[in-house]
Design a protein around this ligand. Structure first.
Ligand code: ADP
Ligand code: MG
Length: 423
């Protein structure tokens, strides 16, 4: 009986044939390669950690911590650095009677105004599922101050991805001054803003800059050497001894360094390379796996990003793609705009003015689809942008062709590109 039951559940002759069974051992602790794994040490960010510590230290002396603004491209260890320092500060607070600390950590992701961000913060502090709504902005701010008044004496509010709120930034002005303005009596409030968008910092209103930036810390892109040391620490725990070919880590680092210097990207690449080796039943992870992993991840990155583009982003991108096929890139905004107008015309779309199209082009640059370089124009002292496609042309056309709003134009472009043997 028992035997029959086991047989009916296992269609394979024996356990050896079970397709989940792998013939090779690649990982010892795969979780170390996951996104949310928390490293204990960040030696590559020693200087930045010091600065953060100096900014937070006043909290241990009974006054408010400095407001802080961290900025740098994605994958530079900003979030992990703040988590690391705040964990140390919370440990310290727990061991001392002199520091009563509340840390509120949140992401402004999807909160596009001060009002929304404020409602979101209230929700986080209350630990509730619903955001308050239906009141005017000042009442919403007041509600936040009320919530803060119930917290410990020292309050540190971390707002990650703060750039989501764009120029609608009053809250960032009000919050650090809440005590000075007597909205809050017993708490010391400080704000830590984190931004992946370098332009966000420049575009903030001057009063917010004054109010928010006691200290700002730049997280410059990691170079290949630093990425290598980050990967080596991970690899030591994650992989079976000796399964990584010598050139695997340097190659992962070099690829990531050439791109944006992102540790996140480097770690993903290493993980994917290991997974490919495992899936193929190869007992060594080699350069070939890294190269294939890079192609797969690159393709995925483009796909994800492109699928969420707005129609106007798509028009702007298509214009650059068309110029690329014409061999006319890098192209100036004016040139791209001419193309844009003809494409919008053909697709019967809503035509924006040149300045707005340039904003879309810059945003495509930020998202990694375009290379946007600034050139000085010389005697007039002005500067202008030049755009070109950064992603693979064939893959880009392929993904854009999935969208029925624009597929006519895309298929024409694909035809020309194929005729020119560009794809
Ligand atoms: N110096 C470092 N040492 C170890 N891991 C790091 C380091 N810097 C970044 N990481 C890892 O890289 C990934 C991205 O870091 P994260 O802090 O999320 O970047 P950011 O917030 O700048 O986008 C995370 O998995 C993080 O643990
Ligand atoms: Mg982050």
């Amino acid at each position: 009986m028992v035997g029959d039951e086991a047989d009916s559940r296992n269609p394979y002759e024996s356990f050896e044939d079970n397709p989940y069974r792998s013939s090779v051992n690649i990982f010892t602790n795969e979780s170390v390669l996951k996104e949310d794994w928390q490293p204990e040490k960040l030696p590559e960010r020693e200087a930045e950690l010091d600065e953060i510590r100096n900014a937070l230290a006043p909290a241990t002396r009974g006054v408010n911590a400095h407001n802080l603004f961290l900025y740098g491209k994605t994958g530079q260890g900003k979030t992990v650095a703040i988590d690391h320092e705040l964990a140390l500060l919370q440990d310290y607070a727990a061991s001392q009677d002199t520091l009563d600390l509340s840390v509120i950590k949140t992401s402004a992701n999807n909160q596009t105004t001060s009002y929304q961000l404020c409602a979101h913060l209230i929700k986080e502090i209350r630990d509730s599922r619903k955001k308050p709504s239906g009141i005017d902005q000042q009442s919403m701010f007041d509600l936040l101050y009320e919530e803060i008044s119930d917290l410990e004496e020292t309050v540190i509010i971390v707002i990650d991805e703060i750039d989501a709120i764009g120029s609608n930034d009053e809250l960032l002005y009000e919050l650090p001054r809440a005590r000075k303005n007597n909205y809050i009596e017993d708490q010391w409030v400080s704000v830590i803003g984190i931004s992946n968008n370098l332009q966000f910092r420049d575009n903030l209103s001057p009063k917010v800059k004054d109010s928010l930036y006691d200290s700002e810390i730049e997280f410059a892109p990691y170079n290949a050497e630093k990425l290598t040391s980050i990967l080596e620490r991970r690899a030591e725990r994650a992989f079976v001894d000796g399964v990584l070919d010598d050139d695997v880590i340097p190659l992962c680092s070099a690829f990531a360094a050439q791109d944006e210097g992102s540790a996140r990207q480097a770690i993903r690449l290493l993980y994917k390379s290991g997974e490919l080796a495992l899936n193929y039943g190869d007992d060594i992870v080699s350069e070939t796996h890294v190269r294939e992993a890079r192609d797969i991840l690159e393709r995925k990155r483009i796909e994800e990003g492109m699928r969420s583009l707005t129609t106007q982003d798509q028009f702007a991108l298509l214009s650059v793609v068309a110029l690329e096929i014409d061999g006319e890139t890098p192209a100036r905004t004016r040139q791209v705009y001419q193309k844009y107008k003809s494409i919008v015309d053909r697709l019967d779309g809503n035509q924006l003015v040149e300045r707005r199209v340039r904003d879309h082009l810059q945003s495509l640059g930020m998202q990694g689809f375009l290379l946007a370089e600034t050139r000085n124009t010389g005697i007039q002292g002005g500067s202008h942008y030049r755009f070109e496609l950064k992603t693979d042309l064939e893959a880009t056309l392929d993904i854009l062709s999935e969208d029925t709003r624009i597929d006519d134009v895309v298929s024409d472009l694909t035809e020309i590109a194929t005729a020119k043997e560009l794809t």
